[in-house]
Design a binder for this molecule. Structure first.
Ligand SMILES: O=c1ccn([C@H]2C[C@H](O)[C@@H](CO)O2)c(=O)[nH]1
Length: 156
């Protein structure tokens, strides 16, 4: 490992302290690391309208993307429990969008972890290429003027 996993897990643990989880009382923290070595953290943020709650992983990733980041190396997740905290299906999809090879460190309260890549956690993910046929139709309808190259990944 060419980066300190402990540091990433510690950042996730610190972010967890700021979780807003008055409904589930289940606090989660996440920390995502860019390929250039920058860290962004997130915690889960719940809502009285339960379904609007957002997971720690997506908060961390969206903070990073909105700050101009697109290239991610790894993410750590902890719920401060004995179990290694695994990302939910929605978060797996969102992580995979930016890097299927992203290392996902699922940590427990002791700082121990299990690691799998985003692609291992979400095989056969829905992706940009699945939109290709549909996008091609739009491109044709627009007379080839949408400027969207559907055959180039958006993020690389
Ligand atoms: O990986 C996970 C799993 C769950 N949660 C949040 C969603 C909800 O606020 C609470 C209970 O599911 O934990 C996360 O933030 N990340």
């Amino acid at each position: 490992m060419d980066f300190p996993v402990e540091k990433l897990i510690n950042a996730a643990s610190a972010a967890r302290e700021r979780a807003y989880a008055p409904y589930s009382l289940f606090k989660v923290g996440a920390a995502i690391l860019t390929v250039e070595g920058r860290y962004y953290t997130g915690c889960n943020i719940e809502n009285a309208s339960y379904g609007l709650s957002c997971c720690a992983e997506r908060v961390a990733l969206f903070k990073a993307v909105s700050n101009g980041e697109r290239h991610f190396e790894a993410i750590a997740i902890t719920a401060g429990t004995d179990q290694f905290c695994a990302p939910c299906g929605a978060c797996r999809q969102v992580l995979t969008e930016f890097n299927p090879a992203m290392k996902v460190f699922m940590a427990n309260s002791k700082g121990e972890f299990r690691m799998q890549t985003a692609a291992e956690l979400l095989p056969a993910a829905f992706a940009l290429m699945n939109l290709a046929a549909e996008c091609a139709g739009h491109e044709q309808a627009a007379g080839g003027k949408t400027g969207v190259n559907i055959f180039e990944p958006v993020i690389r």
